[in-house]
Design a protein around this ligand. Structure first.
Ligand SMILES: O=C(CO)[C@H](O)[C@H](O)COP(=O)(O)O
Ligand SMILES: [Fe+2]
Length: 255
């Protein structure tokens, strides 16, 4: 059976002047994790917030171990140089550091924002190892134009410290909330689930009551939803609908 549903509201669609309240509300609505979209204005054409804000939000939500596994800060790093910032986000309170494959393979392996000396290339496996050494879980995300094939070698890494804990399949072009769900990306989820029944597979972008069944059917279990949750009259109900869709698919396991 595939892993349990993890419902993961994105605060991208919340009122940024009241982010602490948004995080507390989302946990009251029975969210499992919180999805924090970090955008740098380079990797994506938008900017959100960085480690100082995440450090402040951490004070509003228990660490997962204190809350029985709930309250994971899933940091979706839409930034150009993910290795440089990993330790800073760890110190701020990130639990899952989910970087983009496209950013990793085009950046250097410097481990400090101020490092101008390092020229060695970053690789996804080295970065995953480093994230694990820092004590975080490692996620790897791919954009719609990136094929799922790039992930096979990484998922099959001989050393488990170089294997990701989660894969994120983007179902919109990263950068903005409230975009239309791209069902064309779900074949990647299906292919991953066939090979990896126990992997946490996250989908992000346009997930809502009208699109969750397709994503759940493909095998996604970590469900990000921003506008569908924070724009809802009854966010707790939406979260329950998302969870039920994943659980229904698990109950009638097809794989
Ligand atoms: O990574 C993202 C955008 O790049 C967001 O997590 C995502 O778009 C969530 O918003 P919505 O559910 O409204 O699509
Ligand atoms: Fe995201």
């Amino acid at each position: 059976m595939s892993p349990p549903a993890i419902i993961n509201p994105s605060v991208l669609s919340a009122d940024f002047a009241e982010l602490g309240k948004a995080c507390r509300d989302a946990m009251d609505w029975k969210s499992d994790w919180l999805h924090l979209d970090v955008m740098d204005g380079h990797f994506v054409p938008n900017m959100t917030f960085g480690a100082p804000v995440i450090g402040k939000l951490r004070k509003h939500v228990d660490r997962p171990k204190e809350a029985g596994g709930l309250g994971t800060f899933d940091c979706h790093m839409m930034i150009a140089e993910p290795m440089r910032w990993a330790s800073i986000f760890r110190d701020a309170g990130a639990d899952m550091y989910c970087f983009h494959y496209e950013a990793a393979v085009t950046s250097v392996g410097a481990k400090d924002p101020a490092d101008t000396q390092t020229t060695e290339k970053c690789t996804p496996k080295n970065l995953i190892r480093y994230i694990h050494e820092l004590g975080m879980q490692a996620g790897i995300a791919i954009k719609p134009k990136t094929g799922v094939d790039v992930l096979w070698d990484i998922l099959a890494a001989e050393d488990e410290k170089e294997r990701p804990d989660m894969v994120l399949i983007m179902t919109v072009e990263p950068g903005f909330g409230g975009q239309k769900f791209m069902a064309s990306e779900l074949h990647k989820v299906t292919a991953l689930r066939e090979k990896y029944p126990n992997l946490n597979i996250e989908v992000d972008g346009g997930l809502a009551e009208g699109t969750i069944d397709q994503a759940a059917e493909a095998g996604a279990n970590v469900i990000v939803a921003g506008s569908a949750v924070f724009g809802a009259k009854d966010p707790a109900h939406v979260i329950q609908v998302l969870r039920d869709a994943v659980d229904k698919r698990r109950g009638g396991e097809k794989l």
